[in-house]
Design a protein around this ligand. Sequence first.
Ligand SMILES: [Cu+2]
Length: 191
Amino acid sequence: MIPQYKALLAFLIITAAATATFLWVTRNTANKERLNLEAVSKLRSRFAITCALLLIAALALTLPHLPYPRGSEIPDKVVFVAAKQFAFGLSEAPIASDAQWEAASQGPAVRIPANRLVEFRVTSLDVNHGFGVYSPGGVLLAQTQAMPGYVNRLRLRLQNPGRYPVLCLELCGMEHHSMRGIFEVFATGKE
Ligand SMILES: [Cu+2]
């Protein structure tokens, strides 16, 4: 099943569950029974404690996965990315001028070793763009914004050798749909 259908299916299931819950609540609150307020307040505090425990558990489980503790790691390779209507320039050297961007966007694809930490330093030379890295099979792996005047760092470790397309994820003009870039991941022998 393609991801879009999975998302549609999830949406339909969640919507059906929410609708059923609302209908159930509507039916059950129609009869005028006397409320036992003490029981209600007990139930409410139990609910609040359960929610708090679930939130704390979610925090403890997900916090170690944030990239911040690994921020001091030194990347094995740095790739400079400059977006401009309507292509991405990727280069091993900083891209500061239109001429450098042209050379970077039309030259041979930048080569990145597999299983090494690579840092993309992403900026834009004109308007906002989205830097979306796709696997050779066309699955979105990671993305960041490409903004004029800012440099966003995106760190990745790519396992599989191949040609990785970069697509623009921000509607940036008439030719947005054709805006792309490419880089190549090569096997390093070891690992
Ligand atoms: Cu764009």
